[in-house]
Structures are given as structure tokens and as C-alpha cells.
Write a protein that binds this ligand. Structure first.
Ligand code: SAM
Length: 297
């Protein structure tokens, strides 16, 4: 029997997520390549676009400071992630997965402090961080607790700092819903044409192979905005407007894939707010303005 309240199921979700990342997600498939990379498009045609999307995060962070919090850091798996804390004295990596933190420590050593913890109950005092990033993590938090994760991030931000949360609208993305059928048709065509993976590396990253997974919940933009409205200062802009499924099925080098992605990037730059609300992955920027005391009559 499940007792009243939400605490017990929430703890189960947290435990499931931690076990998944400790035993599967951050297990290495070879040369610094994690099982988690299955969810990304690692083909050469996608590299430049993905790299530029990663670097977008840095634009919104204060360039330097004492402490940068990376909430749900994982192993700091992409080289661009190192850029975010370049101007900071320390990067504080927080994660539920012990393996993630061991890998992160192997990557940044003395530049980091490593803390096992839950993003919706941050073990830090108010205003501790000059910058915060949380990438692809909040969607692992139980649905009703996700607002709390945002408020926790906001609580530990210093006045005048900024936090960047990369989230996914999941199946609510208006843009990706428009492309649902072309994606499905292209996937079928590719599956029919493919004669199976060629190498062990391909096999490990075969997009059609079944990937194990863990708990995720994606809210739509109106739910998130409803939660954020109690914070004074926030903005939603694009991180990346297209999903991995879109890229793997519709972007191909032989079909001018590089040019297609350059065009998508250009559109994202021209309309960051629209593409942030409609595309697949938004960046939610939290500010923390200083409280004005006194005032003029
Ligand atoms: C999809 S991975 C993203 C990792 C990294 N931010 C990145 O972009 O590569 C999600 C990470 O969040 C961690 N995580 C999930 N739920 C968490 C929670 N409630 N508190 C802290 N970390 C959590 C997982 O252990 C995992 O390392």
C-alpha cells in the first residue's frame, strides 16, 4: 500500500535515477564515451552545430566569480562544458551519482569540489554562487518537485548572478510536433536501408538500438512559466531547437546537412525567444536583481 503524501514515491524516483546513472548512464563504452551519449547525435555532420549550442550557455553566465555551481554535473562530459567555469576559482559539481562525481573529479581535479546531493534540496546556503548551470537534469526530478528545483537554484544564487538551466519540452515542443511525420517516415526509410551497424563503435551508438532509460518528466512552457512567475527575473531563450531524433533522421551530409544546420542556427539566433518556447530545448535564465532599499518620494 502506498501511504499518503508524495515523499516515498519521490525518494524511489531519486533512487532509480541514481542507480541508473551509477550502473548504466555513466558507464564507459570506450575512450571517454559514456552510455549517456546514446541520446546525442555524435555524427561529424552535427558536431559544429552542437558545439555552438553548448557555447551559448556561456553567453548568459557571469564571466568570472568565486564559485560556479554545476547542478547535476554528470562527469562534465563535453569539452565545451569546461569553458563555463574557466573564470571561476572553483566549480562545485553536485550530483546524485557517485560515479558521475568520480569521473568529474578525474576531469577537473583541484578546480572542483564534489558534492553528492539532490537538486531539489540543495545543501548550500542562500546566495553562495556567482553562477549556476544545470544542464539536462531538472527533467529527472519528480513532476511536482520541478518548480522547487528552480527555486532552490534561485535561492543559492548570489545577488546579481545568473543561472542557466537547460530543459527539454519533450513531446510538448511545437516545432518538433510539426516534424513528427517527416521524422517517422525518414526513420523508417533509414531502418529499411541500413544493413546493420558496421563497427563495434557504431553498434554502441546505433540510434535504432533500444536504450535503457530512467525516470523523466517534461512539463510544457506554460507550467514552467507558472512556476517561475514568483521569481522576479527570468527569461526563456533557445539552447537548441531541434531534437536528436530530428537530426539523426533529417540531417545528412549528403543532403546538405551542414548547410541545413547552419540555417537552423541562424534562425535560432534571429528569434531566440520564439525558438526557445517552440523548439526542443530551452535555456531558462534566472537572474537575481539586488533588492532596492529606501527609495525616492
Ligand atoms: C542527463 S544527465 C546530464 C549530465 C550533465 N549535466 C550533462 O549535460 O552532460 C543528468 C544528470 O543529473 C543527475 N541527477 C538526476 N536527478 C538528480 C537530482 N535530483 N539531483 C542531483 N542530480 C540529479 C544524474 O545523476 C545525471 O548525472
Amino acid at each position: 500500500m502506498v501511504s499518503e503524501g508524495v515523499a516515498a514515491p519521490d525518494q524511489e524516483i531519486l533512487r532509480d535515477v541514481r542507480e541508473f546513472y551509477d550502473s548504466v548512464g555513466w558507464s564507459q563504452l570506450g575512450e571517454g564515451l559514456y552510455q549517456n551519449a546514446r541520446y546525442e547525435d555524435l555524427r561529424p555532420v552535427a558536431q559544429d552545430y552542437i558545439r555552438r549550442c553548448h557555447l551559448r550557455v556561456k553567453r548568459y553566465l557571469p564571466e568570472r566569480g568565486r564559485l560556479l555551481l554545476d547542478a547535476g554535473s554528470g562527469p562534465i562530459q563535453y569539452p565545451e562544458y569546461l569553458e563555463y567555469s574557466r573564470g571561476y576559482a572553483r566549480r562545485v559539481c553536485l550530483d546524485v551519482s557517485k560515479l558521475a562525481l568520480e569521473e568529474a573529479r578525474a576531469r577537473i581535479g583541484g578546480h572542483g569540489w564534489f558534492v553528492i546531493g539532490d537538486i531539489s534540496r540543495l545543501p548550500f546556503s542562500e546566495g553562495s554562487f556567482d553562477g549556476v548551470v544545470s544542464l539536462h537534469t531538472v527533467h529527472h526530478v519528480p513532476a511536482e518537485q520541478q518548480g522547487r528545483a528552480f527555486w532552490e537554484i534561485h535561492r543559492v544564487q548570489a545577488t546579481g548572478s545568473r543561472a542557466v538551466v537547460v530543459y527539454s519540452w519533450g513531446s510538448h515542443s511545437v516545432l518538433m510536433r510539426l516534424f513528427q511525420w517527416p521524422i517517422r517516415m525518414a526513420e523508417r526509410l533509414i531502418a529499411r536501408r541500413s544493413h546493420g551497424p558496421q563497427t563495434a563503435r557504431d553498434l554502441k551508438l546505433d540510434p535504432h538500438a533500444k536504450s535503457p532509460g530512467t525516470f523523466t518528466h517534461h512539463h510544457d512552457s506554460s507550467w514552467i512559466k507558472g512556476q517561475l512567475d514568483r521569481l522576479q527575473d527570468y527569461e526563456i531563450v533557445v539552447w537548441r531547437s531541434v531534437s536528436t531524433a530530428f537530426m539523426r533522421s533529417l540531417v545528412h551530409r549528403k543532403a546538405f546537412g551542414d548547410g541545413f544546420l547552419r540555417l537552423i542556427y541562424r534562425i535560432e539566433e534571429l528569434a531566440p525567444h520564439l525558438m526557445g518556447s517552440w523548439g526542443q530545448y530551452p535555456m531558462i535564465i534566472l537572474g537575481k536583481p539586488s533588492l532596492k532599499t529606501g527609495g525616492t518620494s
